[in-house]
Ligand binder design. Structure first.
Ligand code: 13P
Length: 287
């Protein structure tokens, strides 16, 4: 069932585990993620970047597809449909399109402007029965054209944004979108602990989930992270499995060129990645 992300993340924070946010790009991605969430009896968040929303022809298409898939696949675990790194305009469009959750990313704005816009969108989201994520301290790297410097969040600024009534908060702690460079110093747990101290029971969000070692993920969860975003890792798994299929000449055997066959190894590879993450995050059997 399609629900907001608030209740599942409040439960995760209290239960010391995290819910996976997996970005979707198309029908195969969505189907794989939903199937594994159901198989593991886990709540799940489907993240949609503005670029992916455009690719799928718009947020209305995405919302209609996800709602119909939940019904047709008989998905009974809680599913949130969430805008990832939304602009002010993007948030408004997703409210209209019937998403159940939005993220307003005002991290690149001066803090006063971030506060003002977040405040307005908190009101709108809640009036429409949706949950809302905000961001302080930009996430490093690039995702779908959104480029962040990778700063550490200021715990005082986090408190100001938390006090606006957001349902969960992304705070930069040295995390980066995409692959981590070999010389990456790791997550900054001092900053995370300070942010948690200032924001209390508010669920915290860890972006850039691809490639973070398991021990760091577990430590971050103990320090209040309740939502972990994964995108690149599913893309790499899909590309790798698809490449192997083609390189083995499988598309040239019989009807191996049939798109349902051609895309199957990639879709299975996404499932394996999502399964592994859900087990690591501890959300299996928490639906
Ligand atoms: P990765 O692509 O590094 O997994 O990050 C995903 C993310 O944070 C989406 O917002």
């Amino acid at each position: 069932m399609l629900v907001t992300a608030k209740e599942m993340l409040d439960k995760a924070k209290a239960g010391h585990y995290a819910v996976g946010h997996f970005n979707i790009n198309n029908l195969e991605w969505t189907k794989s993620i939903l199937a594994v969430a159901q198989e593991l009896n886990s709540p799940v968040i489907l993240g949609v970047s503005e670029g992916a929303g455009k690719y799928m022809t718009g947020y209305k298409t995405v919302a209609a597809m996800v709602k119909a898939m939940i019904e047709e696949m008989g998905i009974t675990v809680p599913v949130a449909l969430h805008l990832d790194h939304g602009s002010y305009e993007g948030c408004k469009k997703c409210i209209e399109a019937g998403f159940s959750s939005i993220m307003f990313d005002g991290s690149h704005l001066p803090i006063e402007e971030n506060i003002e816009k977040t405040k307005e969108l908190v009101k709108l989201a809640h009036e429409n029965g949706m949950s809302i994520e905000a961001e302080v301290g930009s996430i490093g790297g690039e995702e779908d054209g959104i480029i962040g410097a990778g700063e550490f969040a200021d715990p005082e600024e986090c408190k100001k944004i938390a006090d606006l009534g957001v349902d969960f908060l992304a705070a930069g702690i040295g995390n980066i979108h995409g692959k981590y460079p070999a010389n990456w110093p790791g997550l900054n747990f001092d900053v995370l602990a300070k942010v948690q101290e200032k924001t209390g029971t508010l669920p915290l969000v860890l972006h850039g989930g691809t490639g973070i070692p398991a021990d760091m993920i577990k430590k971050a969860i103990t320090l209040g992270v309740s939502k972990i975003n994964v995108n690149t890792e599913c893309q790499l798994a899909f590309a790798d499995a698809t490449r192997k299929y083609i390189e083995a000449g499988k598309d040239l055997e019989g009807k191996g060129f049939d798109p349902r066959k051609l895309l199957a190894p990639g879709a299975e590879a996404i499932k394996d990645t999502v399964r592994e993450k859900i087990e690591l995050f501890g959300s299996a059997n928490k639906a």
